[in-house]
Structure formats: structure tokens, C-alpha cells
Ligand binder design. Structure first.
Ligand code: RIB
Length: 312
């Protein structure tokens, strides 16, 4: 049972995912039949807000969508799921963010994001949500919005003493000096590699990479390593929290499931290691279903799974 309801505010992207399941990719000039198709709401920010809401948080979204078919539908989706959407606004003459996604037979995905209205989430737009941001237990950020907005939000959070979690996804170069004040920095292998220039192929590599990030002034780093688990690193030491074995069909959104659920578990006051372990399980379960938000489970179902599989 949750100790307290966490208030999570996600400042981030909202996309519509167009997912094609296929065994083969066409060569240039070739046409092939795919196996099946799924249309769903996505975007790393929105996915994280949905995971947080499903895990029992009071979740809010600060985002921008376009004035096309997908914009109003995305806002309706937030409302339907009980996510605060007062700060999700429609921008004229811009498309909503979209993500054509391709999933292979083994569940591996390739994603192309066209950011559209997500690029209109400016510092000024975030500033308008200050009264909401000030009350958060955790502000959650990713990289599908302008970098200057990330830097601005980190500063704003610091000013109001609100913890911030930054998930630097998708991979992008970032000025580490401008994000020193984040409380949790959570990249996966390829994101960590893009940011530090250090290859992350093994757990040892991951430890070296985390050390490098800490040496640059970041306080707490969690490197998510897929089937190898998650490496929790801070000046107090490093801890590899193992993953959970599942039958995976689509890994799209697993990283978002980890982030959204981790923010809630931590916001509820659970010990950090347990919060990571629970997030590992929540993310693993999400890979057993198709789609992004559609593959996330609600808290009651998660609690049953945790009871069976927890190693704590
Ligand atoms: O992390 C998965 C998400 O990445 C998808 O929902 C897609 O929209 C892209 O943002």
C-alpha cells in the first residue's frame, strides 16, 4: 500500500505513436507487407505521466500539442486518465508530435520522432505553470522538448526546492554544467554513451560512465541497462539492481514505465533501492504488452506482481 500520494508533474512531450510490427524492413525502393499496426498515445513525457498516474500518483502534464486531429485527442486522453491537463495547450498551425515506430519479432523497436508542437514548449510556457511546479513532489523531464526549456525548468525547480528527475531521452549532447541541480539523472546505455562519449557495453563500462557523470557534479545517476537491471550510483557507492525476467513482446515505452513509476515510488517515501527495484519490475511488465501507454498496468495489479516477485 502507498504511504502517501505522490504529486508528480511531468514537463515534456506528447506524441501519437504509429507502430508497425514487422519481421523485415524494406530496402530502398522496395515495398513490403508489415504484420500489424497499432495507433496509440505516446511521447516520453506523456508516457511517464501515465505510468505515474497508473501507479497511484496525482499526475500533471505540462506540454504542447498541435491543432490537428491528434491535438484535442491527446488532451482528451490525459483527462480521461485523470492526469491534470490545464497546462497542456494547443498551438496553432503546428502538428502534434508523432512517432512512427517499427517493432521486430523479438520485441526490439526503432523509433523516429517528429517533434512538432513539443518544440513550442518554451521556458515562458513552463513559467506559466510555476504555481503547479512549486507544489510537486517531483518534476520529471526528458529530452523531447527544447534544451533551453530543460535548463530553465531545472533552475526553477532549484529555486523552489522541488526535486527534479531528468531522463535524457532520446540521446542528445547536453551541457552538464546546466543540469547540476537535478536530483536524479537517469539515462540508458546509448544515452549515457552519447552524453559522455564513453561506450557502455558491459556493467563495468556502465560503472565507469556513472563515475564520470558523478565527477561532473551530478548527484545521483541511475543507468538503466535493460535485461541487466539498473545501476544506482552516487557518492555513497554503486549498486546494480537486477531486472526481472519476463516474456517480452514490445519494449517500446519500457524506459518511460521505469521513470514514471520510480518517481511515484520515491515520492511516496519508499527507500531508494526499493523504488529502483519496483521500477525495474514495472518496466519489465510493460514489455509483455503491445504499445506504449497501453502496456502499462495499474497499481493494484502491480502490487500483486511485486508481492510475488519482490526480492526485498
Ligand atoms: O519511449 C517511447 C516513446 O518514444 C514513444 O511513445 C514515442 O512517442 C517516443 O517519444
Amino acid at each position: 500500500m502507498a504511504k502517501k500520494k505522490a504529486r508528480i508533474v511531468v514537463v515534456g512531450s506528447a506524441n501519437v505513436d504509429l507502430t508497425t510490427f514487422t519481421d523485415q524492413f524494406p530496402k530502398p525502393g522496395e515495398t513490403l507487407f508489415g504484420k500489424s499496426f497499432d495507433l496509440g498515445f505516446g511521447g516520453k513525457g506523456a508516457n511517464q505521466a501515465v505510468a505515474a498516474a497508473y501507479c497511484g500518483a496525482e499526475a500533471h502534464m505540462v506540454a504542447r500539442v498541435g491543432d490537428d486531429l491528434f491535438g484535442p485527442a491527446s488532451i482528451r486522453n490525459f483527462k480521461k486518465l485523470g492526469i491534470g491537463a490545464k497546462n497542456v495547450k494547443m498551438v496553432k498551425n503546428v502538428s502534434t508530435g508523432v512517432a512512427p515506430i517499427f517493432v521486430e519479432a523479438n520485441g526490439q523497436n526503432r523509433i523516429l520522432v517528429v517533434k512538432g508542437a513539443n518544440d513550442k514548449l518554451t521556458p515562458k510556457a513552463v513559467g506559466k505553470a510555476t504555481s503547479l511546479l512549486k507544489k510537486a513532489d517531483m518534476i520529471v523531464l526528458q529530452f523531447e522538448i527544447p534544451l533551453e526549456t530543460i535548463y530553465y525548468t531545472v533552475k526553477l525547480a532549484k529555486k523552489h526546492n522541488v526535486p527534479v528527475l531528468l531522463n535524457p531521452a532520446p540521446a542528445m549532447k547536453v551541457d552538464l554544467a546546466k543540469i547540476q541541480d537535478v536530483d536524479y539523472f537517469i539515462p540508458n546505455e546509448s544515452e549515457a554513451e552519447a552524453i559522455t562519449g564513453k561506450a557502455v557495453k558491459t556493467v563495468d563500462d556502465a560503472k565507469k560512465c556513472a563515475e564520470h557523470l558523478l565527477s561532473k557534479g551530478l548527484k545521483r545517476v541511475i543507468l538503466t541497462l535493460g535485461e541487466r537491471g539498473a545501476l544506482l550510483a552516487s557518492k555513497d557507492g554503486m549498486d546494480l539492481m537486477p531486472s526481472f525476467k519476463v516474456k517480452s513482446v514490445d519494449s517500446t515505452g519500457a524506459g518511460d514505465a521505469f521513470i514514471g513509476s520510480f518517481a511515484v515510488f520515491l515520492g511516496e517515501g519508499l527507500p531508494e533501492r526499493e523504488a529502483v527495484s519496483r521500477a525495474n519490475l514495472y518496466a519489465a511488465i510493460s514489455t509483455t504488452g503491445i504499445g506504449t501507454q497501453k502496456s502499462f498496468i495499474k497499481r493494484r495489479k502491480f502490487d500483486r506482481a511485486w508481492k510475488k516477485r519482490s526480492r526485498a
